[in-house]
Design a protein. Structure first.
Lengths: 360, 290
């Protein structure tokens, strides 16, 4: 018998959260599609964990409404929201065995023993815990504890899975492995996942919707491709992608301080100037060879620029020319807001004149 | 390593070890020796009598009463002081001025000298002019004879014993409660656990090492109760509050039966020793997480 997982969308309406009078989240609106793998990502203190904990009901909201499906859960106890959560430190019950840990939620729901056994067997088969049911958490490895936490969440048949940095306590190799497993698990269960991380690589590789947050505000919510190729603002542009996007201050025609940005991998490093592209002269400061690719740090009149290239033949202290296609350049105003209208080529030409003046 | 290097640590430990041997090891060994003799504390002759003192001890109905009193006193003090402390710890385990003040207030008796505590309670429990009977009177409860009656005297000492250590137990239990990660309670909330289930399935098992620790140390300290007996009842009325250490003291220094007192001392050492063993066995079984 395959268990059918229910799923639901989540809507946050005008959510405000304060701690001791300090507003950490103000007027947050977010819709999470049912069945999606949504990743909340941002630097520490951006409010992503708080948002997740408000969905779980572990934090009260000061203002606003939380809906799971059509049900208003704003004032409903955590246990009654039909959500399950995986914590960063797993939060397993140390005095209980693996089986008791998984069974605890089912017992509290007064599910009969035979049914409990059946559910536990099925889930432990999926996450590969069958041989460890009688162990205590202290006798398990990090990866196994992670699986217990997952199993404990899964047995409750939640409509929503909430995960608060579940992989950050694992070593790099195990983290990669669990990342793949979580993606597969999401496909298999088909239920709604909300996942919090500070790691943009994790966000890009796992999420089908990414919510970039900073200082308690949503910077952009979109799919990974759009987030990467079409960022709404400077914060998103710089937060997503490694190495981070190059951002250089320029003066535009309205004399406001604006920024142009382009990704290190979109820069062509060569000895000559290319027609029909923005070019900058510079000198290589450092060269990091990562195997497949090489990262150069190049000093130009506009500042230091990182270049990610597949050729590693340029040596330190050599003069080079950097070419960037106009289509790969993003323009932001002084607030960090993207100015898409300026990126059209003709208007951009005006900017180029200013750039030429700048280093002349 | 040179000879000097090997000897140096022992030389540095020597003064402490000297005191330790002189004031702990030697008296204990000497007590074992004395328990096989008949001696009146003054006479130069210590007559060897074999197991006579132990035989007398085992057959003495007075010693049986003393042992029973000690066990009742210990069980009551341990049970009451820990269960009251647990309730207080759960209640006080919050931040706030009033909670801090209460914590301080209930801990204070622990740092007061037991002699002062005994004198204070002697006055509080005075059958005619005592504060306790006065309060009971206000509440409409008939007054009690407290220390003056064989039926209530032991209970009175239990009250003083509990009052003295309950603050310490509370503090230790609060430390135990605070070591439980907050996320575990959050996980329990998401698992729909009620308050009772959370307490019995999560809180209690997680502070069990602390509870065992408190049980052992308060059992040992209750077994050795002396000051309150000496000051408040001198073992009376009719031996109803006579307990091990006071009995040893009484026999040794009031009746000058040093051999007999030493034999009782050996019995106390054995009982406390067994309890200490239990302590270490429980400690090694402590729950470890991560």
């Amino acid at each position: 018998m395959r268990r059918v997982y229910k799923l639901d969308n989540i809507t946050l309406k005008n959510i405000t959260k304060q701690y001791n009078g300090i507003t950490v989240i103000e007027n947050l609106n977010l819709h999470i599609e049912e069945g999606s793998f949504t990743v909340l990502v941002g630097p520490s203190g951006c409010g992503k964990s708080t948002t997740l904990r408000m969905i779980a009901g572990l934090e009260k909201v000061n203002n606003g409404q939380i809906l799971i499906g059509d049900r208003d859960v704003t004032d409903i106890a955590p246990g009654k929201r039909e959500v399950a959560m995986v914590f960063q430190n797993y939060a397993l019950y140390p005095t209980m065995t693996v089986k008791q840990n998984i069974e605890f939620g089912l017992k509290n729901k007064n599910i009969p023993k035979s049914e409990r056994e059946e559910i536990i067997n099925e889930i432990c088969e999926i996450v590969g815990l069958k041989d460890y049911l009688d162990r205590k958490p202290s006798n398990l490895s990090g990866g196994q504890r992670q699986r217990v936490a997952l199993a404990r969440a899964m047995v409750k048949k939640p409509k929503v899975f909430l995960m608060d940095e579940p992989l950050s306590n694992l070593d790099a190799k195990l983290r990669n492995q669990m990342r793949t497993e979580l993606i597969q698990l999401h496909k298999r269960l088909g239920t709604t996942f909300v996942y919090v991380t500070h790691d943009q690589v994790e966000a890009m590789s796992m999420g089908d919707q990414i919510v970039v947050m900073d200082k308690g505000k949503i910077q952009q919510a979109a799919n990974p491709v759009k987030i990467y190729n079409d960022p709404d603002n400077l914060f998103t542009a710089q937060f997503i992608g490694s190495p981070a996007m190059n951002v250089l201050p320029v003066w535009d025609i309205t004399k406001e301080l604006d920024y142009i940005g382009f990704r290190p991998e979109k820069v062509t490093i060569s000895n000559e100037k290319n027609e029909n592209s923005l070019f900058l002269n510079g000198k290589i400061i450092t060269r990091e060879r990562l195997g497949a690719e090489t990262i150069y740090l190049v000093k130009t009149v506009l500042g230091e620029i990182k270049v990610k290239a597949f050729i590693d033949t340029f040596k330190e202290d050599t003069e080079v020319v950097l070419n960037i296609n106009y289509s790969d350049i993003y323009i932001f105003n002084f607030n960090g807001k993207r100015l898409r209208y300026l990126e059209e080529k003709e208007k951009f030409k005006l900017l180029e004149v200013r750039l030429d003046e700048f280093w002349a | 390593m040179s000879f000097g290097h090997k000897v140096k640590p022992y030389l540095m430990l020597a003064p402490a070890m000297g005191f330790f041997f002189m004031f702990f090891i030697y008296p204990i060994l000497y007590m074992f020796f004395l328990s096989f003799t008949s001696w009146n504390l003054i006479s130069p002759v210590k007559e060897f009598v074999g197991f006579k003192n132990y035989k007398e001890l085992i057959t003495s109905s007075e010693f049986h009463t003393v042992l029973t009193n000690t066990i009742i006193y210990t069980i009551l003090v341990v049970f009451l002081s820990i269960s009251i402390a647990l309730i207080l710890a759960l209640w006080l385990n919050k931040k706030g001025y009033l909670y801090g003040l209460t914590q301080g207030a209930i801990f204070t008796p622990y740092i007061i000298s037991l002699v002062s505590v005994a004198l204070l309670w002697l006055w509080i429990m005075d059958p005619d002019y005592g504060l306790l009977n006065w309060v009971l009177g206000i509440l409409g409860i008939p007054p009690s004879k407290w220390l003056a009656h064989p039926d209530t005297a032991l209970i009175s000492l239990v009250i003083v014993g509990v009052w003295k250590i309950v603050g310490y137990n509370t503090l230790v239990l609060m430390a135990g409660l605070q070591s439980i990660p907050k996320e575990i309670y959050e996980a329990a909330a998401l698992d729909q656990a009620t308050k009772w289930t959370t307490f019995f399935k999560i809180t209690l098992p997680m502070i069990s090492p602390t509870l065992f620790f408190l049980m052992i140390i308060s059992t040992i300290s209750s077994f050795k109760v002396f000051d309150t007996v000496q000051i408040m009842t001198q073992g009376g009325p009719v031996n109803s509050t006579n307990m091990m250490v006071y009995y040893i003291y009484e026999n040794g220094f009031d009746f000058f039966k040093v051999g007999y007192a030493s034999a009782a001392g050996v019995v106390l050492v054995i009982i406390v020793g067994i309890m200490t063993l239990f302590h270490f066995m429980f400690l090694s079984k402590r729950v470890h997480y991560r």
